[in-house]
Design a protein around this ligand. Sequence first.
Ligand code: UT7
Length: 325
Amino acid sequence: MNAHLIGIGSAVPEAVLTNADLEKIVDTNSEWIETRAGIKERHKSGDDEWVSDLAIKASQRAIENAKISPGELDLVICATVTGDTTMPSIASVVQYYVKAKNAAAYDLGAACPGFIYGMVTADAFIRSRMFRKILVIGAETTTKVVDYTDRSTCVLFGDGAGAVVISASNDDRGIISSHMGGDGSLGNLLYLPGMRGRVPVTLEKDPIPFYVKMAGNDVFKHAVKAMADSAAKVLDLAGCTIGDVKYLIPHQANIRIIDATARRAGFPMEKVLVNIERYGNTSSATIPLAMDEAVRDGRIQKGDLLLAVSFGSGFSWGAILFGWG
Ligand code: UT7
């Protein structure tokens, strides 16, 4: 039994925050943000707009695109670290609103690679024949958890959601190979305190509550190596080469990280999907957002082989090789 991607959808808040807008809020300049990170603008949720709103919209579009009835879904997994509630899970909220009344639902907390981890989980459930149809979502409102006085983080992040429907099939396209890796000893280089406000590695109390904290330079170096290695591993596991892959879909955190990862992994930039300039870093949503755009504008066609790769807090990272449609 193989796991096939049969539908995709995405959603972003209507409001756009440009680099020029940020210049008015924090000590930064458009040129720095564009040249150092590759970002021109990002979408920002309003005060009354939450991650569940975006996850519901993206999921409805994915279900429609898959041409299934929501009652066919067995499981809803939502990868998020910015849920508007910790309980119930955002997946449970989605399950109710999309009318997936036969589905179990839970959230998956793995920061930026969360969407890939959700796909890997769905693949395992389908291969084990436990479930047949699974909705995997990556959804974040990161702009609600960045400190708009900290220019080293606030200019990078944006809000969005993407979702895919993954279905059991006897056909041998679909998810082919995957890899996940982690190093918890580096947790204090990128973290968002939880309700007890502790720093992960030392378990010290954090004096600044509930904002993303990041040692950007260190994250940068680890991200490039981990993503390039992970991409090589999934190709190796599948016995495939770069030439077999239509697009590399890397996590969109910084255009320089994307460039360096592609170079190290051996992918020419024309084979790399990039949309960071319009969305910034939407954490677990970057990959389904980029993929949905490319499916809708025809760059991705049925049967194309795709390689998604991501890196983030934990540290956690992973890659997945799969066919579209
Ligand atoms: O999604 C999870 C994974 N996250 C990532 O992968 C992010 C990884 N890191 C990065 O993308 C980059 O390290 C950053 C974009 C965060 C920073 O870029 P950088 O080239 O590593 O800059 P830097 O931190 O070395 O800072 C260079 C200079 C500093 O000024 P001085 O000390 O040289 O005078 C910063 O204060 O740039 C300054 N700077 C800024 N200037 C204008 C930092 N942020 C800004 C800003 N506007 N927003």
